[in-house]
Design a protein around this ligand. Structure first.
Ligand code: ZN
Length: 455
């Protein structure tokens, strides 16, 4: 049965600019019509503040929310991404599907309260603690889907193919046993994952070869045959050691090798792509693929700084993801993305268009790239797009007296976290006055889970 609702937005960011008195007709969660300039109708939900399209979160490992803050201690030797990875492996060793659901739901509540209305989950924790598949091979995917159902975030599930421990088809390590599938097992997992998300509204299934370290080159073509539609995400060129290993074993840099092996196009999302030479950067921009940037995690892990300035000038598409979920806020990701460029290039407003604001360019571009990476029609307030909306609180001290670009810039650059009032996904209000409707129950279960896991 079709359901239609009316939403009235006092003030909103539309594709061609800011507008007052915007009325949306929403059918089955998707915007059917946009009218501007009419007074608020008698019926329907009225949203105050400045309404923006919700931000898609294009990269996350939900379970890692449970280890946020546990890897900030320096060991006897130098700390690095690789020592962090050991902490992560030890943490995930303890998790069962109920734990994953509890942690995932908490992360999703925080995403929704932080401006993210859609999520592309890079899902690689598949198997039981002994490394064998669960009796239900998609038990972990079902835990993620159940958390999405509880919290209402729009889900693109990316089951991860992980076969090897390093370039050259090296044997996986003990800590990787819960990720590893052969091709037959992975094909079964894809089928069961499609079933796991089938009842979630407007969900999508994509696929993710974990990295060039974790799959063989001919696995990429095999995956493209197995999954002929939907987004394809891959971690690439995050760490210098990965670049050095790629050069040593393949004779090519990671993105160079990827471009030589597959035809990159709009289906692809290259996560991090931090360490690029100019030709690799321009090849991604030309291909239409998305650069999936995770500035807070990349800073946390000491990855390096993506060359956003030259990539954007070459027409490259990008979006942002919360990746390790050490902190979850769409505004904070965009702020650090811009600030990292400023620190390197010693300039300001580096990702803005000429004579326009940083916040506006960052929000619009990351919405468009994030939507593409999620494989869904969302990311702007227009007919045919999902009614995923966030409203900024114009009464917040950082925004008081401001409109338009100044309000959006202030929300991103001058508030400690995005000052949100309401968040709607598919037309349904999930957050009001900054609080998710299920926050209390989800947080209580998460806390009990963490006390048990860390006891
Ligand atoms: Zn990642």
């Amino acid at each position: 049965m079709t359901s239609t609702q009316i939403l009235h937005l006092a003030y909103a960011l539309l594709p061609d600019g800011f507008a007052e008195n915007v009325t949306l007709t929403v059918t089955d969660g998707t915007i059917a019509a946009v009218a501007v300039g009419n007074p608020a109708p008698e019926a329907g939900l009225r949203l105050d503040g400045l309404v923006l399209p919700g931000m898609p979160n294009l990269h996350s490992h939900l379970f890692q929310r449970g280890m946020a803050g546990l890897s900030e201690r320096r060991g006897a030797t130098a700390d690095s991404f690789w020592t962090w990875r050991e902490v992560m492996y030890r943490f995930l060793d303890r998790l069962d599907p109920d734990d994953v659901q509890a942690i995932a739901a908490q992360a999703m509540v925080e995403m929704l309260e932080g401006g993210f209305t859609a999520l592309a989950e890079f899902h690689y924790l598949h198997h039981d603690k002994d490394g064998r598949p669960h009796a239900n091979i998609a038990a972990m995917a079902e835990a993620v889907a159940a958390a999405a159902d509880e919290t209402g975030i729009g889900l693109t599930l990316l089951p991860v193919l992980y076969r090897f421990g390093n370039f050259g088809s090296a044997q996986p390590a003990h800590g990787q046993r819960r990720f590893v599938n052969d091709r037959d097992g992975f094909a079964r997992l894809m089928q069961a994952s499609a079933e796991a998300i089938r009842d979630l509204p407007d969900s999508r299934l994509g696929v993710a070869p974990h990295s060039l370290r974790a799959v063989a080159p001919d696995d990429l073509g095999w995956l493209l045959d197995l999954v002929p539609a939907g987004p394809i995400h891959i971690h690439v060129a995050e760490q210098m050691r990965e670049v050095e290993d790629s050069l040593a074993i393949t004779g090519r840099r990671p993105v160079e090798f990827l471009c030589d092996t597959v035809a990159l196009d709009r289906r692809w999302c290259l996560i991090h792509a931090t360490h690029l030479v100019g030709a690799e950067r321009d090849a991604i921009a030309r291909s239409g693929a998305v650069a999936g940037l995770c500035p807070i995690t990349e800073a946390s892990l000491g990855d390096g700084i993506f060359d956003g300035v030259r990539y954007h000038a070459a027409g490259g598409v990008f979006g942002v993801g919360s990746d390790s979920n050490i902190q979850i806020d769409a505004g904070a990701e965009l702020r650090l993305l811009e600030y990292s460029q400023r620190l390197r290039d010693r300039g300001r407003a580096l990702l803005a268009e000429a004579e326009a604001s940083s916040g506006l360019a960052l929000w619009k571009n990351a919405c468009a790239g994030g939507a593409q990476a999620c494989g869904r029609a969302l990311g702007s307030i227009a007919a045919g797009q999902r009614a995923d909306l966030v409203s900024l609180d114009l009464d917040h001290p950082a925004l008081a007296g401001k409109r338009g670009e100044a309000a959006l810039d202030s929300a991103i650059f001058a508030a400690n976290a995005l000052p949100l009032r309401d968040v709607l996904v598919g037309g349904e209000r999930l957050v009001s006055e900054g609080r998710h409707v299920a926050r209390t129950a989800v947080a209580a279960r998460f806390a009990a889970t963490m006390r048990r896991l860390l006891a």
